[in-house]
Design a protein around this ligand. Sequence first.
Ligand SMILES: C[S@@+](CC[C@H](N)C(=O)[O-])C[C@H]1O[C@@H](n2cnc3c(N)ncnc32)[C@H](O)[C@@H]1O
Length: 257
Amino acid sequence: MKLPTHLLWRLRRRTVPVGPEELQRRFEFEAGDAFQGVPTATFAAGGLAQLKALRDLGLEPRSKLLDVGCGVLRGGYWAIHFLNPGCYFGVEPHDGRLALGQRLLEPGVVETKRPRFDTNPDFDLTVFAQTFDFVIADSIWTHAAKRQIEAMLDSLLKVIHQRSVVLVSYLPSGPDLGPDYRGSKWFGTSHESDVIGVIRQDLGWLLDQCSRRDLAVQQLTALTLDEQSWLCIRRAQARSGDRPEVAASDDVGKLTG
Ligand SMILES: C[S@@+](CC[C@H](N)C(=O)[O-])C[C@H]1O[C@@H](n2cnc3c(N)ncnc32)[C@H](O)[C@@H]1O
């Protein structure tokens, strides 16, 4: 039997990433009509932009990266290829999305790059018994309840070191923007919900939660990935010499914590 061309790639072992157009085709085939938690049309470009943002902040192949709510591996696909074996870690409670993301990887990549995944829904980031140089949570605080953000920050403290860089996106609330989310549950699609939606967070509340945990926050005003606002969070007591430079030259940011 002859395999259709869009499935032929599965027969080839290939441990370098394909180009964005090919990955986009692969994703659209796997996703079909179902919403996978991220915009379909910009799947490949959006994931590549995540990797670029991390690299601008100093991500190297030897860095250990934790991807919180990694979904269908939109950023994970590129990060797994870029990082050395054993350096990518993803948490995603929706096992169907995680399985789809893994199907995007070429045969042999899981074996050679050894990414690790966990499906806990509790924002428990200690499950890998590992500290991380970089943590990314793209479009997670745009759905999370405040108690989930608090749980994530509490857990973060156990898995970051003095030089760790945490990159988090959110949508700010405000009189002209929309209300601060006060609900007690995740809002948006997940392992438990098919309802699409996003919520907003009060920046003051986020800064206060970080400050209570001795975390310093920099607003990355030049980063517009996913049309969201981005925060770079680090341990407040990290000495300046311990901090990687924010590489984007136009990104002066603002130290707020
Ligand atoms: C908007 S998607 C973003 C996915 C990915 N970060 C990206 O940028 O492509 C949010 C993801 O968070 C996942 N999620 C839902 N509840 C979660 C939880 N309790 N902990 C971690 N991730 C969760 C969803 O299943 C979904 O895949």
